[in-house]
Design a protein around this ligand. Structure first.
Ligand code: BV8
Ligand code: ZN
Length: 240
């Protein structure tokens, strides 16, 4: 086991309080395309072009067809060893919070419990008029775009799009989880999307030990205590 992994393992073993932040990379080995990887393209569109209010207002049907496609992929996806390693970690640590940027619900499926979904959830439809949120697991969706069951208005994915605000209660809970932890583990994120990308820096700024596991170096890697390059499905089971 290389020195970095040994050191990271010792740090994680020594703490009772850990906060984890995950991104699309942790679901890559569950065959879900990452947000920015080349496989993340759909038809000729990039994710950033479709995950916006503007795209939805312009063409709700197209944006819903993209989400319908993603729901189909996620429905077939299974948690991978990286997801299960985080379940073991939660079972071992008295103080554990899992913050995820992912909307695929695989952490819940794997068995984690204390989860903060900072970008929403693929399986929820929010009414654009009365605001009610419906759990909907139809694959494919029965109608595109889906309508609100309550008032028949247009439904939208209950996710946070680019240039949309993440509810302050969510940000508060994430900052509390960072404040309360001794160690922060950041897995499978390119560290470009704010405010998620700054969470590791907040942890460093408040004296926490930050460990990153990612396939490639990220803009924040040099600020972290340990940055391990590799697949989360292989590294996390060695670490946790
Ligand atoms: C906000 C939900 C305030 C939807 C997502 C200019 C103008 C306007 C705004 C901005 C601007 N500049 C910056 C901003 C803010 C903007 C932003 O950060 N833009 C970026 C692109 C520059 N952020 C926002 O708009 C946020 N809101 O700031 O509000 C505001 C309000 C108005 C105006 C300004 C500001 C809201 C951001 C939330 C967007 N919603 N998702 C959906 O999913 O459909 S973000 C989306 O990106 C996903 O959630 C995804 O998880 C997330 C982050 O991406 P990653 O998870 O990191 O995935 P990525 O593909 O990038 O990387 C995967 C990594 O894994 C790679 O590094 C890869 O190497 C690695 N990997 C691959 N395989 C593996 C692996 N690692 C380990 N093992 C493997 N096997
Ligand atoms: Zn409604």
């Amino acid at each position: 086991m290389d020195d970095q992994i040994k050191e990271a393992k010792a740090i994680i073993n020594s703490t009772s309080s850990i906060t984890v932040l995950t991104g699309a990379g942790i679901s890559a080995e569950s065959r879900i395309p990452t947000f920015r990887g080349e496989e993340g393209l759909w038809r000729k569109f990039r994710s950033e072009e479709l995950a916006t209010q503007e795209a939805f207002q312009r063409d709700p049907k197209l944006v819903w067809e993209w989400y319908d496609w993603r729901r189909g992929l996620v429905k077939e996806a299974k948690p991978n060893p990286g997801h299960y390693a985080l379940v073991n970690l939660e079972n071992e640590k008295p103080n554990f919070t899992l913050v995820t940027q992912n909307i695929d619900g695989l952490h819940q499926l794997a068995g984690n419990r204390n989860i903060i979904e900072m970008h929403g959830n693929l399986w929820q439809i929010r009414c654009t008029s009365c605001g009610i949120i419906e759990q909907n697991h139809d694959v494919p969706l029965k109608e595109i775009p889906p309508k609100c069951k309550n008032c028949d208005s247009l439904g939208r994915p209950n996710v946070v799009w680019f240039e949309e605000i993440i509810p302050i209660s969510i940000i508060d809970n994430i900052l509390i989880a960072i404040e309360r932890c001794e160690v922060m583990l950041i897995v499978g994120t390119s560290g470009v999307v704010e405010p998620a990308a700054s969470m590791g820096l907040v942890a460093k700024h408040t004296g926490k030990t930050v460990i990153e596991v990612n396939l490639e170096t990220t803009p924040n890697s040099s600020h972290y205590d340990i940055s391990i390059l590799g697949k989360s499905g292989e590294i996390l089971p060695m670490l946790l």
